[in-house]
Design a protein around this ligand. Structure first.
Ligand code: 5GP
Ligand code: ZN
Length: 139
């Protein structure tokens, strides 16, 4: 399904021009207009999926290898020391465009941490209770 009201459907299918760095029958990979570092790319499926929970299995299976390929190309072409694959799902998680996309971000040794948190702790028994809730949801 391609949604004419979705900006990433329009970009992925060529209706809006973009700085495309890679394209195949399933994906278009473009440069993000607000890059964390120059070369920051977005892997966009040509079909519309709101987020990872809606993703077609075939598209999902191709997305991670493509992220690896783009990241390897960044190391070669840009000389970055590493790269982040970042994928946000839901507003609370930082998703602002509700068409599945994966960020590929070139990273350099001196860069600040991109995804960081302060490690918390569990109260007595809390970890087991949380694990049990998740196991139940996964059955
Ligand atoms: P999210 O926060 O949803 O994971 O990421 C959305 C990303 O899309 C942001 O990094 C934002 O800069 C980028 N973006 C939003 N609209 C456009 C656009 O029209 N063109 C390009 N190239 N990037 C966009
Ligand atoms: Zn879309």
């Amino acid at each position: 399904m391609r949604d004419a009201n979705c900006i990433f459907c329009r970009i992925a299918n060529g209706a809006i021009p973009s700085a495309t760095i890679y394209e195949d029958e399933t994906f278009r990979v473009i440069l993000d207009m607000g890059p964390a570092n120059p070369g920051h790319a977005l892997i966009l499926p040509k079909e519309h999926f709101a987020d990872v929970t809606a993703l077609d299995e075939m598209v999902a299976a191709k997305a991670l290898p493509l992220g690896a390929k783009i990241g390897a190309a960044m190391k070669e072409a840009l000389g970055c020391d590493g790269f982040n694959l970042v994928q946000n799902n839901g507003e609370a998680a930082g998703q602002t465009v509700f068409h599945f996309h994966m960020h590929v971000i070139p990273r350099y040794a001196a860069d600040p941490a991109m995804v960081s948190w302060t490690p918390g702790s569990y109260a007595e028994g809390e970890m087991d209770a949380v694990a049990e809730k998740l196991r139940a949801a996964l059955q």
